[in-house]
Design a protein around this ligand. Structure first.
Ligand SMILES: [Mg+2]
Length: 117
């Protein structure tokens, strides 16, 4: 198992799910809900903190942040498998599309949406 391989991670997530007979609960909508819930759990760790306090929380709760980010990835991997989306190429295609909307010459250092560049 190569932890840097998306395909290996998908195989590990699917095996984990199948060992527990959870596929019966995993339709695309439920997996998308799980993705949103796990993202919210990640956000909740940092909610209400800012500045130095936020930095302290990020440092002190790093292990918890790592776990929640891994939960997000678990949902992403299972959703990609369910929807038969090849994540690596999908990510690179989307990065190219986003790059076309945000050319470096116009967007560098700017927080503006592409429609306002
Ligand atoms: Mg979680």
């Amino acid at each position: 198992m190569n932890p840097d391989s998306l395909q290996d991670l998908i195989r590990a997530a699917v095996a984990f799910r199948d060992q527990r007979d959870w596929a019966q609960f995993h339709n695309p909508k439920e997996l998308a809900i799980s993705l949103a819930v796990e993202s919210a759990e990640l956000l909740q760790i940092m909610q209400w903190y800012k500045g130095e306090e936020l930095q302290r929380v990020v440092t002190e709760k790093h292990a918890h942040l790592k776990d929640e980010l891994a939960d997000v990835l678990f949902s992403v991997l299972l959703l990609a498998d369910e929807l038969k989306i090849d994540l690596g190429p999908a990510f690179l295609e989307k990065l190219a599309k986003t790059g076309a909307k945000y050319p470096v010459g116009k967007s560098k250092g700017s927080p503006k949406k592409y429609t306002e560049l």
